[in-house]
Design a protein around this ligand. Sequence first.
Ligand code: PLP
Length: 343
Amino acid sequence: MMLADLNENALGPSIASGSCLEVGQGATLSEIGLIHVPEESCEGLSRYPDLHQIELKQAFCDFRNVRDGAALTPANLCCSTGLDDIIDLLVRSLCRPGHDQIVICPPVYHMYQTTATINDVETISIPLNTQNNFQLRLTALQQALCSDPNIKICFVCTPGNPTGHAISFEDIKAVLDNPGWRGILVVDEAYIDFSPRSPSAVRLVNQYPRLVVLQTLSKAFGLASIRVGFAVACAHLSAILNNVRKPYAISGPSIALAKAALTKPSLAILDAKLMSIFEERSRLARELGRIQGIRVRGGLDANFVLFEVCGTTSEFSFSTTSSIAVAPINQFPQPSAVITPSG
Ligand SMILES: Cc1ncc(COP(=O)(O)O)c(C=O)c1O
């Protein structure tokens, strides 16, 4: 049983058995797969973890540089306890409470608005185009961004949660090239590794100083529990975020597990699991499309599929005790839309 609205990876983490778990300063926690951790292996836990996470950042840069043709160095990264924490960090660092605004494009991940509200920052919504694969309504968005100098952040989620569609890369560049807006574009790529055909915006960060790209180990890497996420930006912006974030936020065991997940053997496991998720996702969308009264609305760029239940919802009853968990998307234009995990 998995909770559909959390979009966890049901196939579990991609970490090779026997991976070395270094917790810093030469100490090793244990080997993955051991239930009993020898006491002497835990010595490193009495130390504070690596403050700047340089080795972890380098491993992540190596992964992205190979996979996405980026030219990243650790100076481009700010690492924290998952993207939810980084979203909060961005709003706190860049917006003045009671004064500034953010822009979101719903239906979209709720934490942008929730975080803004908690920080007394107003949210402006420019909904996605439901008639065009949930793409940006670019003209309306560009106009909105230029309408008020207090709009400090625009969040774009690609591939979208809950839409499952990747946003056009050209549209993202068009927002960055908007001469009338001086705010920060945050491109949330939590699901990017489920969409190998979609170029990651990380390759643009050294070219566009007002771009932040968010990536996490919670989804494709199947490591939601260790709470590791990255903000990728130009070195200047990244330094600001690193100065504002809490020191030692990421624990030593989390850093060790994240590093283990980025080794070559672990990445081979990741790729194999992704292949299986891609196959299952296509099968799920195909089979859903065969059910009368169900229309697949979302794209196949994430690890879930958005579909619409046509007619009145009373015709279809989804038991809350069903092992096939479904999540109603309250913010969706039709309240009958649900998403279901595909792997
Ligand atoms: C689009 C999107 N961004 C960010 C997150 C949060 O990720 P993390 O687990 O790194 O906090 C989620 C989680 O579901 C998400 O769907």
